[in-house]
Design a protein around this ligand. Structure first.
Ligand code: CMX
Length: 137
């Protein structure tokens, strides 16, 4: 079972300019900025009650974010749902016919184990599963 929407990812061209824009829009500052080398992205996170907004800027032309912006422009890139057991959910969703983009969970931003489902199997929406990494894991 998927739990609450943990965050919504928005692809941006210039994260510094977008941090200013979203700080004005939300009336509060981001609580974290983080570079995720493995995904070739720079990110920032805004806490919005029970969920978060993640801004993502590509740090490499090969990044999924660079390709997305080239094709579709800036905008909502993915919706991430919290899960209790990412391995069990990946197995369940694969059996349900969804295409899992990474066979093993990977380390994502904000201290999470993550995995993506291909948008062609989810009505055109890139879905991320994420599980908090607990200390000692
Ligand atoms: N949402 C919806 N559709 C998307 C999409 C997105 N975010 N990204 C790509 N697509 C669409 C493409 O436009 C394309 O549509 P058409 O077939 O109609 O043209 C289709 O998906 C497949 O595209 P593709 O050319 O086969 O594949 P891409 O090279 O564009 O890769 C995807 C798409 C989803 C497989 C790839 O972006 C991926 O593996 N994403 C997961 C990793 C990721 O997004 N990392 C960045 C975020 C990391 C983080 O949150 O920390």
């Amino acid at each position: 079972m998927l739990n609450k929407p943990e965050h919504i990812g928005i692809a941006v061209k210039d994260i510094e300019k977008s941090n200013e824009l979203f700080t004005k829009l939300f009336g509060k500052k981001f609580y974290k900025i983080e570079n995720v080398e493995s995904e070739h992205v720079a990110t920032s996170f805004f806490m919005m009650g029970e969920t978060k907004i993640e801004l993502l800027q590509a740090t490499d032309p090969e990044s999924a974010i660079a390709k997305f912006i080239e094709k579709k422009g800036e905008g909502v890139h993915h919706i991430a749902f919290a899960v209790d057991d990412i391995y069990a959910e990946m197995k369940r969703l694969e059996a349900e016919g969804f295409e899992i983009l990474n066979k093993e969970p990977k380390k994502g931003a904000d201290n999470k184990l993550i995995c993506f489902l291909h948008p062609k199997t989810t009505n055109g929406v890139l879905i991320e599963l994420c599980q908090e990494i607990k200390i000692g894991e």
